[in-house]
Design a binder for this molecule. Structure first.
Ligand code: IFM
Length: 779
């Protein structure tokens, strides 16, 4: 029997896991997960292992436990992936007999997970199995699975049991309503459907169409309905060397999609199966190839980095759904339970640039989530005694604050979590992302209908959150910056700089809408009661903002009192296998100057052109040795800034660290899902750091900082309806432009020029090694 779909053989598109090590199972379940932004599935083995924790999640489907102190968490949906194989009554499993060959391969080019397994059972029968799984990007409600089985050295009776099983935490007192409905046109296909009431009024419907293909199928098919499982059992007599194949199409819908469950799911399963498994798999593969066409970053001369970049890009593509404007991406996307699926600044600041410049429709959908949750942000501001909108530090489906009130640390301490009240920089981060999207896409409709309201309400929040004090400076007290090791601090530099940005850009957005779309402004300013005087006040507070900048040293004090903290020599703790807060403890670390993650350095990066080169350099040099990288978000930003500053050895070191976060599990917690923000950070480090792309107001500047062993970096980059094909080699930059109309480019140390679609531009550049980013300074 022919293999229906093919896996690429190019190793740079494959993540391959050879053999079997039970201890790594949870981590691999995350790394090899499949997803299409609507539904995500961890890569548990189909027959299960003692440590498997199969999980399928649907974006936006959260349960809200009622136990005190608990917060919403992504609901684990029924497991649709279980397939058990019985050879003459013996259940094939990895624990008994002899594993002759075992390999799992994530085909990142086609977004599919393969498994090859050759097994000799205790009676000496050898069976080879090929498994295949995907979450369709062409039809997001569709999951496909197949298993091809071949008896290598025997003939006999084989049973395949394919199940859908309720996860342990779904309440059995709400039994699912199982149904089967024969498909008259395809008697070999039996759609099974069930509908179930899940917690929080969610209703889920699954429909499965299964089909067994083999040369001598003796027609035995049973459906077994148990309390927590529905099983389809196929029995076949197989000749030695003859293959049989089980194909399954699974449709999934939730009450977030439609009321008409499960009919919708059954009709969907029936109609997709009528297309044929191969055609469905091909449509999915094609969808992935198209996405890669617009997103693949190639680094010639560094295969390890190339693989890591593909791995990150794979998970970023898999995480987004441009069709749903009411969901965003959680810190671990749909690949694991860590952080319960909650959304942080990770999306806007770390992942969003990837979507803005490779798939703007996905970026727009993600930002729309913040619009749909704007009322909750207004309510959070109001109940805390402020005006405007205060976005939650962590959020789930409704946009309310979902940060837990306490956690247990790795060394057993119960630690109150203040971030929900104090890590307020997220409000400016959301506004910053809105502006980046608008500036990069020119999507005026988005600005008018969605973005402007967020820009105004966030600026308004900052104008009420701080206080113009007796020193005539505007202070923002009692906050937590990105450096979460220091809680309840005053005037965190990142927070205050981003708040300044938000106040100024809230005003700028207001002026743009006022002058370009007076009708829109008329309605909006009346509804929100925004006056010219209020906007003037925003600018006044921005001008008066206290930032902790010392003009003598060029250094920003990370927060008031930071310079007086106990100095810690981080080098003396190397090599270390735990984060510094675990080593020193939660209370002690607050007394020290150890910074958790890029904080002032983060501000230098995001607001690059607001600082003179010597300020960027001084702050990086000061904070880099004091930063413990206790967050996966930190290394990529350090790689990016080090690259722009021309510090190649540090840039390389941090790039490696960033690229290994999940692949080497160097934070030790990949079991909880992949680190989606670090993945977005890695993309930014290459594109904005090493390739040196910098989107400015009306121009794309490119000033590369290549590592010496790289021959070329190339990637597609979307900018205002144009597609730039950027290619950087040592000493030269090449940009091909296509799309609508002219744009401005500035390549290397040259001046800005107008570039026309259909043309290619080339420039030589001389990289001086240090401070190569000299242009664009405004101070
Ligand atoms: O958003 C991050 C934060 O910056 C550091 N702790 C983990 C969060 C989720 O990734």
């Amino acid at each position: 029997m022919a293999r229906t779909v093919w896996c690429t053989s190019d190793p740079l598109w494959l993540l391959r896991e050879e053999g079997f090590n039970l201890a790594r199972e949870h981590e691999l379940e995350s790394l090899l997960a499949i997803s299409n932004g609507y539904v995500g599935n961890r890569a548990s083995l189909a027959e299960g292992t003692p440590l498997s924790s199969p999980a399928t999640f649907a974006a936006g489907v959260f349960r809200h436990p009622q136990t005190p102190g608990s917060t919403p968490q992504l609901l684990i949906l029924p497991d649709w992936t279980g397939i058990r194989i019985w050879i003459e009554g013996y259940l094939l499993n990895m624990n008994e007999g002899h594993v002759l060959e075992h390999q799992r391969v994530l085909d990142m080019l086609h977004g599919a997970l393969w498994r090859t397994w050759r097994h000799r059972d205790p009676r000496g029968r050898e069976t080879s199995i090929l498994g295949y799984r995907l979450a369709s990007i062409a039809d997001r409600h569709l999951l496909l699975q197949s298993v091809t089985l071949k008896p290598e050295n025997y003939s006999g009776t084989v049973q395949l049991e394919a199940s859908i099983e309720l996860p342990p935490d779904l309440d059995p007192s709400l039994p699912p309503d199982w149904k089967t409905r024969r498909n008259a046109e395809r008697p070999n296909v039996l759609p099974l459907a069930f509908r179930m009431q899940a917690p929080d009024k969610h209703v889920l419907a699954f429909a499965v169409a299964g089909q067994l293909l083999c040369s001598r199928f003796d027609g035995k098919r049973e459906v077994i309905i148990e309390e927590r499982r529905i099983v389809e059992r196929f029995t076949a007599s197989l000749e030695r060397g003859a293959e049989c194949q089980l194909l399954r199409a699974v449709s999934i819908f939730t009450s977030r999609d439609t009321n008409n469950l499960p009919e919708h799911a059954v009709d969907h399963a029936n109609s997709v199966f009528a297309c044929g498994f191969d055609a469905l798999a091909r449509a999915h593969s094609l969808g992935w190839r198209e996405r890669w066409e617009g997103a693949d970053v190639q680094v010639e001369g560094d295969d390890e980095l190339q693989s890591a970049l593909r791995f990150s890009t794979y998970h970023l593509i898999a995480a987004a759904n441009p069709e749903d404007p009411r969901v965003s991406i959680g810190a671990r996307a749909l690949t694991g339970e860590a952080y319960k699926g909650h959304v942080f600044w990770d999306t806007e600041i770390f992942m969003l640039p990837f979507y803005i410049h490779t798939y703007p429709a996905a970026a727009r959908a993600l930002l729309s989530y913040r619009f749909h949750t704007l009322d909750a942000a207004r309510e959070k501001a109001r109940s805390a005694g402020f005006r405007g909108a205060m976005y939650p530090w962590e959020s789930a489906d409704s946009g309310q604050e979902t940060t837990p009130r306490a956690v247990i640390s790795p060394n057993g301490e119960i630690i109150p979590v203040l971030n929900g009240d104090m890590e307020i920089h997220i409000t400016a981060d959301v506004a910053f992302a809105i502006w980046q999207y608008w500036n990069a896409t020119g999507d005026d409709e988005f600005l008018r209908s969605t973005g402007i309201e967020i820009m105004l309400e966030t600026a308004r929040f900052w104008a009420s959150r701080g206080v113009l004090e007796q020193d005539s400076r505007y202070h923002i007290r009692h906050v937590i910056g990105p450096d979460e090791y220091h809680e309840n601090v005053d005037d965190n530099a990142y927070t205050n700089l981003m708040a300044t940005w938000n106040l100024r850009h809230g005003a700028a957005a207001a002026r743009i809408v006022q002058s370009r779309w007076p009708d829109v402004w008329g309605e909006l300013s009346a509804r929100l009661r925004v006056s010219d005087e209020e906007i003037e006040l925003w600018l006044k507070f921005a001008d008066a903002m206290f930032t902790g900048f010392n003009p003598e040293t060029d250094i920003f004090e990370q927060f008031s009192g930071y310079f007086g903290k106990e100095p810690i020599d981080l080098k003396s703790f190397e090599p270390r296998s735990a984060a510094m807060d675990v080593i020193l403890g939660h209370h002690r670390i607050q007394q020290t100057n150890v910074v958790k993650q890029a904080d002032v350095v983060m501000a230098m990066y995001l607001l690059w052109n607001d600082f003179a080169a010597e300020i960027r350099e001084a702050n990086f040099q000061y904070y880099e040795p004091r930063t413990g990288h206790g967050s996966s978000l930190s290394p990529a930003i350090h790689a990016l800034v080090a690259a722009r500053l021309g510090n190649r050895s540090l840039a390389q070191q941090y790039l490696r660290q960033a690229s290994e976060i999940d692949l080497s599990n160097n934070m030790g917690n990949a079991a909880g899902g992949v680190h989606a923000a670090a993945m977005g950070g890695l993309w930014q480090a290459i594109v904005f750091g090493f390739a040196g792309v910098q989107p400015e107001d009306n121009c794309i500047a490119i000033m590369p900082n290549m590592l010496s062993h790289w021959r070329r970096i190339s990637f597609p980059f979307r900018w205002r309806n144009r597609l730039l094909r950027v290619s950087v080699e040592p000493g030269s930059i090449h940009v091909g432009v296509s799309g609508d109309g002219e744009i401005k480019l500035r390549l290397g140390n040259g001046s800005a020029f107008v570039a026309s679609p259909g043309h290619d531009y080339r420039a030589e550049f001389e990289c001086t090694g240090s401070n190569s980013w000299q242009h664009g300074d405004t101070k």
